[in-house]
Every structure is written in structure tokens, then in C-alpha cells.
Design a protein around this ligand. Structure first.
Ligand SMILES: C[S@@+](CC[C@H](N)C(=O)[O-])C[C@H]1O[C@@H](n2cnc3c(N)ncnc32)[C@H](O)[C@@H]1O
Length: 225
């Protein structure tokens, strides 16, 4: 279980533990234990394809003409960054996460030229404090969901991106309306803060995964004011 310690406990962590997260402190505790085995026991074992879908939608929709500074919110072990850096090698990617252990795993990722996938990795509780740095674009997978980051943080994070900058943000489809993400986005559109999002429904897990069927809504929009 997530509250135990030691490698046996880490091996038994699963989606149920992630769904049991309610507070930032729960996240710190869960991902402290899960970081070293997350790629193997979660991404690979469950055929978790959501980060690839988000990275591909980013590459499809965000114009390539300039070298963007991108922030990956809740970057974890770096699943989005590793794919996005191969699709958009000219972009600088920073990763923000509450878990120093997950960030350590992300720091191990390298590009083909042996430089780091992530330019900067920052430990931050995004429900508490917003970094001052501004980005041209924001991306995220697996973090806007029950018990992790909610709609209030979603709205606050708009300020991290420059005017006309881009967002390609995945939100768990099951929680999109029930947890208030849809209302938050509608409010931001009405207030003229963001453009009307294009929403792409994507599979979180590939066919054959025990969790195939879970979906996410990837929201693609730009900051207006
Ligand atoms: C399910 S993982 C997703 C990681 C990665 N994006 C992926 O798709 O594999 C959720 C991540 O959100 C981070 N997280 C949870 N609460 C957070 C908070 N309050 N501030 C910053 N990051 C948070 C966790 O530490 C964890 O790395």
C-alpha cells in the first residue's frame, strides 16, 4: 500500500492508490514511493498511452515556427517531455511537480545529443504557489484529475503562459464535468481569458490494457488576456 515503505510496498502500488489521493501531502507520499517503479509498474504494465497522445496533439496543433518555452505541469517521471522533445527538439521544456523523487527520475532522461530532456525541473505544490516564470506553452497529462490538480489550479495556471500562448492540457474525462473543469473552462472563455478550446477525446490506456476504456479530454486553447 502507498503508506508503507520499502520496495515490496512500491511494487504493489497501483491505480487504486492514485485514486485514493486526496491532498498534496498524499501525492508527496504516494509518488515518493512510486517514483522508481512508476515507469515499469504503471506506464509499461498498463500500456499508458496518454502522454504520447498529449505530446502528439501538441505537435499537431501548436505552430512550429518558433522555439517555444514549454512547461509540463505535473511532469512526473517525464513521460510527456520524453516524447515531446523528440517531436519538437527545438523547444525548451521545464517540468513542475510536487514530488522531488519523480523529478529525479525525469532528470535522468536524455535527448539523442545527450542533453537533458528537461531544461529545468522545479519542485512546487501548484495548489499553493505559482512560479513567476512565464512560458509560451503549457502541457500536461495525468495531473488534472481527482485528488491531484483541480479546476481552481487549472484557472490559476493560465497566468503562467504569455498572451496568445498555447495550452494542450489533458483532463480525466470522468471528472471533466463532475469535478468542475467544464464550468471553469466555460467561465474562462466567457471572461475572454482563453479561446474556445478544441477538445480531443483520447484513450488513456491502449487496447489490451486492464484499464482500456478510461479516457481523457485534451483541451487545446490559447490565452487571450
Ligand atoms: C499520475 S502522475 C502523471 C505524471 C506524468 N505527467 C505522466 O503522465 O506520467 C501525476 C503527477 O502530478 C504530481 N502532482 C500531484 N499533485 C501536485 C501538486 N499539488 N503540485 C504539483 N504536482 C503535483 C504528482 O507528483 C505526479 O507526478
Amino acid at each position: 500500500m502507498a503508506g508503507d515503505s520499502g520496495s515490496d510496498a512500491a511494487d504493489s502500488i497501483d491505480l487504486a492508490d492514485a485514486y485514493a489521493v486526496k491532498t498534496p501531502e498524499d501525492s508527496r507520499r504516494l509518488y515518493r514511493q512510486w517514483a522508481k517503479t512508476y515507469n515499469e509498474t504503471f506506464i509499461e504494465a498498463n500500456s499508458y498511452i496518454y502522454p504520447r497522445a498529449v505530446a502528439e496533439l501538441f505537435a499537431e496543433h501548436v505552430p512550429q515556427s518558433i522555439s517555444l518555452k514549454i512547461v509540463d505541469v505535473g511532469c512526473g517521471t517525464g513521460a510527456v517531455g520524453s516524447i515531446l522533445s523528440s517531436l519538437r527538439p527545438e523547444c525548451a521544456i521545464d517540468g513542475y511537480d510536487i514530488s522531488p523523487e519523480m523529478l529525479t527520475q525525469a532528470s535522468l532522461l536524455k535527448r539523442p545529443d545527450h542533453s537533458a530532456v528537461y531544461r529545468n525541473l522545479v519542485e512546487v505544490d501548484l495548489t499553493e504557489q505559482l512560479p513567476v516564470q512565464k512560458f509560451d506553452a503549457m502541457t500536461s497529462s495525468g495531473t488534472f484529475t481527482h485528488g491531484h490538480l483541480g479546476p481552481k489550479t487549472f484557472l490559476a495556471l493560465i497566468d503562467l503562459v504569455v498572451q496568445d500562448g498555447w495550452f494542450v492540457i489533458g483532463v480525466n474525462a470522468e471528472h471533466f464535468e463532475s469535478r468542475g473543469f467544464a464550468n471553469a473552462i466555460d467561465g474562462a472563455v466567457l471572461a475572454d481569458r482563453i479561446t474556445v478550446p478544441l477538445i480531443e477525446l483520447v484513450d488513456v490506456y491502449a487496447p489490451g490494457s486492464p484499464h482500456h476504456g478510461d479516457q481523457a479530454k485534451v483541451c487545446i486553447f490559447r490565452r487571450k488576456i
